[in-house]
Design a protein around this ligand. Structure first.
Ligand code: C5P
Length: 239
């Protein structure tokens, strides 16, 4: 079964070597990888270039958040690496506008806004001085992402439908916290099956441990890809 380009596997390993071993074992079953800050600090950009040279797509989950000039230059540098298909920034208007400037029309590198970190709840937002619930701030930031001209947002399975509704059909809705039916939740309090996330409007699914910690990661990736294909079938047939 060929890889589904909507499945992004999170390479959350401490070293480049371990990530390479994992990617080699997944081989043709996975075509899109996410590299986060841990791996970034361990030769992550070199790994991204190598995987790109092997024909993979790369989601660089840097969650940039700084003054406009810095975000603009950092985005330009990441895009110039040629090894970035998706880049995250915090979904604040100034930050997103700077990232769009930094990309300078290079549409192959798409930018995602991180609306509200899932580690924050209503009380945490209140302590930070926000007078909005998580839900309302997520909605506001999805609208601001559209206004800023970024390509989509990262949204939990429970916000994916809202992001799809506000963003329209071409908006990217990238959803982490995906767990195959019956799998361990790990520390994901709000997880969803691949089929449900796709039905809610996700354009891409981010999946880490259900694949990377499986005894047979290749088989786990194929099983999730199969679940995704079945979700698509039941959507088109209405089954
Ligand atoms: O192993 P697991 O499938 O939980 O990994 C999900 C990946 O998505 C991790 O890299 C995690 O940092 C990331 N992520 C998340 N929840 C968010 C944003 C990102 O789990 N709200």
């Amino acid at each position: 079964m060929p890889a589904d380009p909507r499945l992004i596997v999170a390479l959350d390993t401490p070293t480049r070597k371990e990530a390479e071993r994992l990617a080699a074992s997944l081989d043709e079953a996975v075509s899109f990888y996410k590299i986060g800050l841990q791996l970034f600090a361990s030769d992550g950009m070199a790994l991204a270039r190598d995987l790109k040279a092997q024909g993979k797509q790369l989601f660089l989950d840097w969650k940039l958040h700084d003054i406009g000039a810095t975000v603009e230059k950092a985005t330009a540098a990441v895009v110039a690496s040629g090894a970035c298909d998706l880049l995250t920034v915090h979904a604040e208007p100034q930050v997103m506008a700077a990232a769009v400037r930094g990309r300078a029309g290079e549409r192959s590198a798409r930018i995602l806004g991180v609306t509200v970190l899932t580690s924050l709840d209503d009380d945490a937002l209140s302590a930070l001085g926000y007078g909005l619930s998580v839900r309302d701030l997520v909605e506001r930031r999805i609208r601001q992402a559209l206004d800023a001209g970024v390509d989509g947002v990262v949204a939990s399975p429970f916000e994916a439908a809202l992001a799809r509704k506000i963003g329209g059909p071409d908006f990217l809705v990238v959803t982490p916290g995906v767990r195959p039916a019956g799998a361990s939740m790990d520390d994901q309090a709000r997880a969803s099956t691949p089929a449900d996330a796709l039905r809610s409007g996700a354009s891409h699914l981010v999946c880490g441990r259900p694949i990377t910690a499986a005894r047979d990661p290749h088989a786990a990736a194929v099983a999730i890809t199969t679940e995704m294909a079945q979700a698509l079938k039941s959507k088109t047939t209405g089954a």
